[in-house]
Design a protein around this ligand. Structure first.
Ligand SMILES: O=C(O)CCC(=O)N[C@@H](CCC(=O)O)C(=O)O
Ligand code: ZN
Length: 326
């Protein structure tokens, strides 16, 4: 049987676009995009994506291992599953992106960019996802999930955490229970819409969606997979319809909400978060987070913690998030 990651990284056209193993049917839906269907009816349509940022390799290796086990029959598939390796050209060069950050382009925002491979890919992923959820519904599924797997540029005080996109409907209890069982340390609740893949799947398809941050970004082959035991087990139970594993983490999940999206909108933007500060480092009221012509970002609550501080983003994009505990 083929290897999803090796085939994708090779860039070669696939010789067999669809086929069967002893337990499931599989079909390539595009470069690095594989749909797996069980032969018996099932309830859930699940999308698992990784490599939307090409240098975030641990989740790609994790997902590839899961797919290998499903294809070999070692693990049974009990959901309709769409697996997406998001940005193969950037994975090949171990860079977050080639021309522009794809995780800011979803929900049609790709149309605002000068066209490039990443805008075309974002559009392709939107279309493939639409087709997948539509055909899964036609085949009788009633639940939609999307987990988009990432790793972070900086180290983090909470090593594993999730980001829930803004949504007006209540968060699904099933998803929250799964995230807890997956051993996450924290959950961040967005308060504004974004161009992320999970915002798109939640808003357009009403999927239960979460971006998962699983550790620090390292090149292929350098990841310590013992760190991913809990999330791997949770993904296994998800795709195989098994009972949730017991939460192994020592302390309960901490919930945060985003109180400030720090946007770099001017060339003279300056960020004052120290380069060595970990994600979730706290800053006190009055601390100047960033400034640019016409705007100063300060900590407004008694204390806010920083997430993803990055002064090197393109104009108009977020250079960090400020959070408070819920
Ligand atoms: O470490 C960083 O600065 C970025 C890590 C990363 O790629 N995070 C995602 C989060 C997406 C979300 O807000 O749901 C991103 O920035 O795209
Ligand atoms: Zn990422």
């Amino acid at each position: 049987m083929f290897d999803l990651l090796a085939t994708t990284l090779s860039g070669d056209a696939v010789t067999e676009p669809a086929g069967q193993s002893e337990t499931l049917d599989w079909q390539w839906r595009g470069e690095g995009i594989l749909e797996l269907s069980p032969r018996q009816p099932c309830e859930a349509a699940v999308v698992i994506s990784a490599g939307i940022h090409g240098n975030e390799t641990a989740p790609v290796e994790l997902l590839n291992q899961l797919v290998s086990e499903l294809l070999s029959g070692e693990r049974l598939l009990r959901v309709r599953l769409l697996v997406i390796l998001g940005n193969p050209p950037s994975m090949r060069i171990n860079k977050r992106f080639v021309e522009a950050d794809m995780n800011r382009m979803f929900g049609g925002r790709h149309a605002r960019y000068t066209p490039n491979d990443e805008t075309r890919r974002a559009q392709e992923l939107e279309q493939v996802m639409a087709l997948f959820y539509r055909s899964a519904t036609a085949a009788g599924t009633t639940q939609r999930f999307h987990y988009d797997l990432h790793t972070a540029i900086r180290g983090s005080k909470h090593v594993r955490f999730g980001l829930l996109p803004l949504q007006t409907r209540a968060k699904s209890e099933t998803m929250l229970a799964w995230l807890d069982a997956a051993g996450l340390d924290a959950l961040v609740h967005h308060r504004s819409p974004g161009g992320t893949f999970t915002h798109f799947s939640s808003e357009v398809f009403q999927a239960d969606s979460c971006t998962l941050e699983l550790g620090k970004a390292l090149p292929f082959g350098n990841n310590d997979h013992t760190q991913f035991t809990a999330i791997r087990r949770a993904l296994e139970t998800l795709v195989s319809g098994e009972p949730l594993p017991a939460r192994q983490a020592a302390s309960p999940l901490v919930h945060y909400r985003v109180v400030q999206d720090v946007i770099r909108s001017q060339e003279d933007f300056e960020l004052f978060i120290p380069a060595e500060a970990l994600n979730f480092t706290a800053f006190s009221q009055g601390f100047v987070i960033a400034k640019e012509s016409g705007k100063i970002y300060k900590v407004e609550a008694e204390e806010e913690v920083v997430l993803f501080p990055n002064p090197n983003v393109a104009l108009g994009l977020r250079a960090g998030l400020m959070l408070v505990k819920m």
